[in-house]
Write a protein that binds this ligand. Structure first.
Ligand code: ADP
Ligand code: ASP
Ligand code: MG
Length: 438
């Protein structure tokens, strides 16, 4: 059994959908279970429509665009014009019900769910019309039960068994919504933006798939974001650890949570290109390939915030650290990178959301300075720990190019080196580092 996930660009128009159908057909002997994202750009439009509506503005433009894009696909593929009537109508109704009032996280998840609910119906109907028995499923119908962290939901413990049972005995090719689920009491949730990759991994792990394939619009995981570094190359093999660091520190090609379910079950994840289906892509496995390559990739994550926390010397070093991290834990705020000395800690967080009460509590025993619009630039490679040259080279390179590094840290696993700098320096730094190490 094979899990195949197709992203938004891969189902972005009728031409792409035909291509995807061919790719699925070519894998039929491997019993594909297919996960699909919303048609490219639709999730953003659903959100934009809801926001306008909440602000009392006219959202007719967004609504029309959403309808036109889908109708054009239906007509190009020769499918029934009324196929998505129920979804489009329900979406209009939700907007109507919430006019002039803010949408809370739960309602925003319901809003965002429509993209995937429509794309699965299109792909399944097209496959069926062209001779391949296929059936569309909202993920909750095949067991994707999550907790109620709207906007960032996680499958509950029982989901794995439910998914296994939910897909048992289905004869058609299942075409399942990525990104969305439902709580046990029936509220729609989302797994976070870009979360269809995570859906694929969760379902792949539940079914003990032989491989989890992430089909996207580039040839695989590359040595840097190809939009930043023109010369970036496709990486043949990555370890689970390398891939999860890379995803966590900005490589959009994989949702950061994708790796864990696959790693737990030892299932290879392969990243492939729908525009170039014959290329072998990148395979992510547990074992190191040992090709001697020190650095595998460079990535960057922009718009992070940095906090410098300096002890007022009322605590010993151990108490100081414990107190800081307890506060972050109590506020459920995760920290990305950290450096410490006896009396101070510098750390970065994804964004400053929810930081105000944390700073207030920290200020009771420490002096806190912070800055926004920072970027984390990350150098990744599992073999870096065997050779100590990389951090020195990286810092010298930054210094020579007048890039002010505000913080440097190396993960305990020595898979990554992170440099924190101004947002405005990030792209140049990625380009320089890529040139230096490849
Ligand atoms: P999908 O819609 O298929 O999920 P995404 O847009 O989420 O696709 O992810 C693919 C994009 O990720 C690529 O088009 C590329 O611009 C970007 N990207 C960023 N870093 C990398 C990287 N290291 N390797 C490959 N792609 C990357
Ligand atoms: N459609 C969702 C998003 O745009 C999920 C995904 O594409 O993976 O975030
Ligand atoms: Mg994606």
């Amino acid at each position: 059994m094979l899990v195949m996930k197709f992203g938004g660009t891969s189902v972005g128009n009728a031409v792409r959908i035909r291509e995807v159908a061919e790719i699925i057909r070519s894998r039929l002997p491997e019993k594909p279970v297919v996960i699909v994202s919303a048609v490219g750009g639709i999730t953003d439009k659903l959100i934009a429509a809801a926001k306008k509506c909440a602000a009392g503005e006219n959202s007719e433009n967004e609504l029309n665009e959403i309808e036109t894009v889908h109708q054009a696909i239906l007509s190009d593929l020769g499918l029934d014009k009324s196929l998505l009537q129920d979804e489009l109508k329900s979406f209009r109704e939700i907007l109507q019900e919430n006019r002039d009032s803010t949408f809370d996280a739960q309602q925003m998840d319901a809003v965002q769910s429509f993209g995937e609910r429509m794309s699965v119906k299109i792909l399944a109907a097209y496959l069926a019309r062209t001779g391949t028995a296929a059936k569309a499923f909202p993920a909750w119908d095949i067991g994707m039960i999550t907790n109620d962290e709207f906007g960032n939901a996680e499958p509950v413990g029982a989901a794995e068994e439910k998914i296994k049972a939910g897909l048992k005995g289905i004869k058609e090719v299942p075409i399942i919504t990525g990104f969305i689920g439902k709580t046990a009491d029936g509220h729609i949730t989302t797994l976070g933006r870009g979360g269809s990759d995570y859906t694929a991994a969760i379902i792949g792990a539940a079914l003990h798939a032989k491989e989890i394939q992430i089909w996207t619009d580039v040839d695989g995981v590359m040595s840097a974001d190809p939009r930043i570094v023109k010369e970036a190359h496709t990486i043949d093999t990555l370890t689970f650890n390398e891939a999860s660091e890379l995803a966590y520190f900005g490589a959009k090609v994989l949702h950061p949570k994708t790796i864990l379910p696959a790693m737990r079950k030892g299932i290879p994840v392969r990243v492939l290109n729908t525009y170039n289906p014959d290329s072998k892509g990148t395979v992510i496995v547990s074992k190191r390939s040992g090709n001697g390559q020190l650095v595998k990739a460079v990535s960057c994550k922009k718009n992070v915030s940095i906090y410098h926390i300096h002890s007022l010397r009322m605590l010993d070093a151990a108490g100081f650290l414990a107190r800081i991290f307890n506060i972050f834990r109590d506020h459920k705020k995760s920290v990305d990178t950290i450096t410490t000395s006896e009396v101070s800690v510098s750390l970065t967080v994804n964004n400053a959301e929810g930081m105000e009460p944390i700073v207030e509590e920290l200020a009771k025993f420490a002096e806190v300075r912070f800055a926004h619009n920072r970027a984390i630039v990350c150098i990744i490679g599992e073999q870096m720990h065997e050779n100590p040259v990389v951090p020195g080279k990286a810092l010298t390179l930054m210094g020579r190019n007048n890039i002010n590094v505000k913080m440097i840290s190396q993960g305990a696993s020595e898979i990554n080196i992170t440099l924190v700098m101004d947002n405005t320096d990030a792209e140049k730094a990625v380009q320089l580092l890529h040139k230096e190490f490849f």
